[in-house]
Ligand binder design. Structure first.
Ligand code: PAF
Length: 286
């Protein structure tokens, strides 16, 4: 597995793969990897990528003041071992100055889909994500890029950016990987200890209740979202930020009963801000 820290090195690798006719898969991450990230590497391979490159970069522009940029968990050695075991061919690990050199002033803003939900409480988030992902695409030159569905609004922002900017990258959504008790895997779960860890299950419990209502025939998005919200609100260690039913593609509000909806929740539990979602459609829930 090759390791690159400068954009030019990574671009040279990507150029060589393309020149050899190989299909490149890219898995952008902020490191502190878990099984969910490993599944992204596997999915890139299953999508016909001959070489999969991962990126590890805790992107400062997507954190607002007072958020967890400084304390975001980092463990380069462990991450590299996991990526090697997962069969990644290359890893791009730039420093902040490699991505944002002195005088940097260009940003990508995806207007509508970045608003509401996480965009309300984290106004810097999606501008930072869109900017860094656009840059990672220019450096890694992927044919395919894989992102986890756990960050559902992020995925919608990236899809919109790819369409709007005519980027020649296929975006693949990977299903959320969960712990045995239902908690969605996240690097931020690291912040959870003891009773907070147990309390964090309220997000997935709320979503699973929503799924059951849907499977029993309920189609009213307000009622389904309210049921999920009530589960999170009943957990005394959790502070609900939102629990909403939205259109799975646009993330716009639903005006009435629907056969397709995504329920998205966000809550603070102890020192962690957690998000999760589930998409309900036809007789299915993912
Ligand atoms: O989901 C993440 O880990 C990050 O937001 C991403 C997409 C790597 C951009 O920094």
């Amino acid at each position: 597995m090759e390791i690159f820290r400068r954009p030019g090195e990574m671009q040279a690798w990507a150029d060589a793969q393309r020149a050899a006719g190989r299909r490149i898969g890219l898995v952008p991450t902020m490191g502190y990897l878990h099984e969910g990230h490993v599944s992204l590497v596997r999915i890139a391979r299953e999508r016909g990528c001959d070489r999969v490159a991962a990126t590890i970069f805790v992107n400062p522009t997507q954190f607002g003041p007072g958020e967890d940029y400084e304390r975001y968990p980092r463990d380069e050695e462990r991450d590299l071992a996991m990526l090697r075991a997962a069969g990644a061919a290359a890893v791009y690990l730039p420093g902040v100055r490699d991505v944002y050199p002195e005088g940097y002033q260009t940003f990508v803003e995806v207007a509508e889909v970045s608003r509401g939900l996480c965009g309300d409480s984290r106004p810097a988030l999606f501008r930072g994500v869109a900017t860094v992902v656009a840059k990672l695409f220019h450096v890694g030159k992927p044919h395919v890029a894989v992102f986890g569905e756990k960050d559902y609004q992020q995925l919608a922002v990236i899809r919109r950016m790819v369409r709007d900017l005519d980027l020649d990258v296929e975006i693949v959504a990977a299903p959320t990987v969960r712990e045995a008790d239902g908690l969605a895997m996240s690097s931020r779960n690291q912040y959870l200890e003891g009773e907070d860890r147990k309390a964090a299950r309220c997000l997935s419990r709320g979503l699973f209740l929503a799924r059951n209502l849907f499977l029993e025939g309920e189609r009213d998005p307000t009622r389904i979202a309210s049921a999920a919200r009530a589960v999170v609100e009943a957990e005394t260690r959790a502070t609900l930020e939102y629990a909403e039913a939205r259109d799975p593609e646009t993330l716009g509000p639903l005006r009435g009963p629907s056969d397709r909806m995504t329920i998205l929740v966000a809550a603070r539990v102890g020192p962690a801000r957690l998000i999760d979602n589930i998409t309900l459609q036809g007789g299915e829930a993912t």
